[in-house]
Design a protein around this ligand. Structure first.
Ligand code: ZN
Length: 566
C-alpha cells in the first residue's frame, strides 16, 4: 500500500464545482481517498495552484506519421537534447521530439493524459508501440474512418447499424478509442486524383458525400454508445472561404447525447477563414462562434498557431499537397490502403506573413468569443499549429489583454483590419483555464467516470501543482508569471506517484492505454459476415487474421466496455 497526502493545495476542480479552495488531498494506491494514515508521505503545496492532471484531447505524438516527421527533420533532432540520467532516457527534438521527449515535457507541464489525434487502423501496432514509450501519460487513440471502404459502402446503403458494427469491430481489433474523421471522403477522392470542395460532392466510386459520411457516423457512434463523440477534422482545411463548409457541417449535427457533445470539431482555427484567396483572407471566428454558442451539442478545440518553425502532419493528404505547392518545401505523402492517407510538411509561421498573423488571431478569437469554456478547448493541434510546449503562452494570451495588445503591436499591419482580436476585452480566469485544459477535455472524451479530469473520491490521482499563488498573481498584468508558472509544475503526480518535480522527471512511468470495446449483437457482427471477409481478403494487403493488434502491444490496456445497440 502506498499513501500520499498533499496538504495546503489551492484546488480548482471545475467538475466538482471547486474554485480555489485550500484543501488536503489524500491518495492511496493511485486513487484519491477520504483520508490516509499518519505514516503516509506528505507534500506541502504551500497554497499553490493545484489542478487535476492536464489532458490533451488532440495531439499528434505517436504513430507512423509522427515518426515520419522525425525522419524528415534531422535538423530538429539537434534541438531539445537532454542527457540520460538515472532511469531517464535521452531525448532530442523540439517540434517532433522522441517519444520520451514528448512524455517528459508533457509531464513537466502537468499533463497526464493524451489523445493521439489520428491513428490509421492498419498502422495501429506502431502507434501502440509508441504509446508504451510515452510512459508518463495515459493514452487514447482516435481511429481514422474517413475513407474506410467498408464504412462508405454502409453509408451508401444507408445502413447505420452496419456502419456501427464495422466501427465496433475495427476499434476492438486495433484497440482504438474513438471515431476520427479527417476531411471525410476527401482524402479517398484525392487517391483517385480528384478533389472535393464541398460536403455535398460525391466521393468517386463510392457515391457518398462527406455530409452523408458525417451524419451516418454520428449516429453509428451513438448506437455503439462510445464514450467520446465523433471527432471531426472538417473538409476544406486551410482554404480561404472555408468557414462556410464548417458552418454547413455544424448545422448537420443533431443533439443526441445528454451527457456530452454529439460532435467534437477539432482545430477549428484552420476552418474559420473568410475571403476567397490568400490575398483577402480574413477571420470568420465570429460566425463560427455564433453557431457554436447556439449549439450545446458541439465542442471544438482552438488549433492555435504560434510563431516559429514546426512540422505539419495530418491524414488530410490533399491539404498537405496544397501546402507543399504553396511553400515548395519538402513533403511526404502516404496512402493507407482502404482506410485513409496522410501528408507531412515543415512550416514556419512568421509575423511577417499577414496570413500567419490572421491565423494566430483567429485561434484566440475562437476561444474568447465562445461563451462557455467547456465548448472551446485549448490545444495547438500539436505540432501542426505549434509544439505543445507553447501551451503556457497560449494560456497567458487568453488571460491577459495587455499581453495580446503587446503581441498585436508586432504583427503584420493587415491583421487588425481583418480580425476582431484587438477589440476583444475578455480575459480568462484560472477556472476557465482549468476547464479548457482538463475538465472540459475529460467531459468531451467521456473519461470522467474513468477517474480523469477531477479530484473527487475514487478519481485517479493525476495531479498538477503549479508554482503559482492565485491570491497574489494578477494574470492580466503579470502574464509572464503565468506563462512561467505553467511551464513547469512544482510536482506532477501520476496515479499517486510524484513523477516530475520542478520540471525534472524523477521516476519511470507506467502508463495505460484506454480502448473502447463495444459489445456487438451476434447477428450484426461483420467479422463472421462472408461478404465483409471476402472484400477484406480481396483488397487489403494483409490477411484479416493478421489485422487485429495482439494484446502484447498493450501491456497496460484498459478496456472500456459499452453496451452497444441498447
Ligand atoms: Zn490534428
Amino acid at each position: 500500500m502506498t499513501e500520499l497526502l498533499v496538504k495546503n493545495a489551492c484546488v480548482i476542480d471545475p467538475i466538482r464545482g471547486i474554485n480555489g479552495e485550500i484543501m488536503d488531498i489524500a491518495i492511496r494506491d493511485g486513487r484519491i481517498v477520504e483520508s490516509v494514515s499518519d505514516r503516509s508521505e506528505m507534500i506541502d503545496a504551500q497554497r499553490c495552484l493545484t489542478l487535476p492532471g492536464g489532458i490533451d484531447s488532440h495531439t499528434h505524438d505517436c504513430g507512423t506519421k509522427v515518426n515520419f516527421g522525425r525522419y524528415m527533420s534531422p535538423e530538429d533532432m539537434r534541438a531539445g537534447r537532454t542527457q540520460r540520467h538515472g532511469r531517464m532516457h535521452v531525448t532530442s527534438g523540439y517540434y517532433v521530439p522522441t517519444t520520451f521527449g514528448n512524455s517528459y515535457r508533457y509531464s513537466a507541464m502537468g499533463y497526464t493524459t493524451l489523445l493521439e489525434g489520428a491513428m490509421a487502423p492498419l498502422e495501429a501496432r506502431h502507434t501502440h508501440e509508441e504509446f508504451t514509450a510515452t510512459p508518463h501519460q495515459d493514452m487514447l487513440a482516435n481511429t481514422l474512418f474517413d475513407g474506410n471502404w467498408a464504412v462508405m459502402d454502409a453509408v451508401r446503403e444507408k445502413d447505420i447499424q452496419k456502419a456501427a458494427a464495422i466501427v465496433g469491430w475495427t476499434l476492438n481489433a486495433v484497440k482504438g478509442y474513438s471515431i476520427k474523421l479527417t476531411n471525410p471522403g476527401g482524402t479517398e477522392a484525392w487517391g483517385w486524383g480528384e478533389d472535393l470542395t464541398s460536403i455535398h460532392e460525391m466521393v468517386p466510386h463510392f457515391e457518398v458525400t462527406p455530409s452523408e459520411i458525417i451524419s451516418t457516423m454520428i449516429r453509428a457512434n451513438e448506437l455503439l454508445r462510445l464514450p467520446h463523440s465523433v471527432h471531426l477534422h472538417c473538409n476544406n482545411l486551410g482554404k480561404p472561404g472555408n468557414y462556410q463548409t464548417t458552418l454547413d457541417t455544424l448545422d448537420l449535427v443533431p443533439d443526441l447525447n445528454p451527457d456530452r457533445q454529439t460532435l467534437y470539431a477539432t482545430h477549428v482555427q484552420f476552418h474559420a477563414y473568410g475571403g476567397g484567396t490568400w490575398r483577402n483572407i480574413c477571420s470568420k471566428a465570429e460566425e463560427i462562434t455564433r453557431s457554436v454558442n447556439g449549439k450545446p451539442q458541439i465542442v471544438m478545440d482552438m488549433g492555435q498557431i504560434m510563431f516559429g518553425r514546426t512540422m505539419t502532419m495530418t491524414a488530410d493528404g490533399p491539404m498537405e499537397f496544397n501546402l507543399h505547392c504553396l511553400h515548395h518545401n519538402k513533403w511526404s505523402n502516404h496512402d493507407v490502403e482502404l482506410e485513409t492517407g496522410s501528408g507531412i510538411i515543415p512550416v514556419t509561421y512568421s509575423k511577417k506573413s499577414a496570413v500567419n498573423c490572421i491565423m494566430w488571431a483567429i485561434g484566440l478569437e475562437l476561444a474568447l468569443l465562445t461563451k462557455s469554456p467547456w465548448q472551446c478547448l485549448l490545444e495547438t493541434d500539436n505540432p501542426n499549429g505549434a509544439p505543445f510546449v507553447k501551451y503556457p503562452e497560449v494560456i497567458g494570451l487568453l488571460m491577459s489583454k495587455r499581453y495580446r495588445d503587446e503581441e498585436c503591436a508586432t504583427l503584420h499591419p493587415d491583421t487588425e483590419g481583418r480580425t476582431s482580436l484587438c477589440a476583444l476585452e475578455r480575459e480568462m480566469d484560472w477556472h476557465d483555464i482549468a476547464v479548457m485544459t482538463r475538465a472540459g477535455q475529460a467531459k468531451a472524451l467521456g473519461i470522467i467516470n474513468q477517474g480523469k479530469g477531477h479530484l473527487g473520491i475514487g478519481a485517479e490521482a493525476d495531479i498538477a501543482i503549479y508554482p503559482i499563488r492565485t491570491d497574489s498573481v494578477d494574470p492580466a498584468r503579470e502574464y509572464r508569471k503565468v506563462v512561467e508558472g505553467f511551464q513547469k509544475t512544482r510536482y506532477t503526480i501520476k496515479r499517486g506517484r510524484v513523477v516530475s518535480r520542478e520540471g525534472e522527471i524523477i521516476v519511470d512511468g507506467a502508463n495505460a492505454t484506454f480502448w473502447a470495446n463495444a459489445k456487438i449483437p451476434e447477428d450484426l457482427r461483420v467479422d463472421t459476415d462472408p461478404e465483409f471477409i471476402r472484400r477484406f481478403q480481396e483488397f487489403y494487403t494483409v490477411r484479416m487474421s493478421n489485422y487485429p493488434v495482439q494484446d502484447l502491444y498493450l501491456p497496460r490496456g484498459r478496456r472500456v466496455d459499452t453496451e452497444a445497440f441498447t
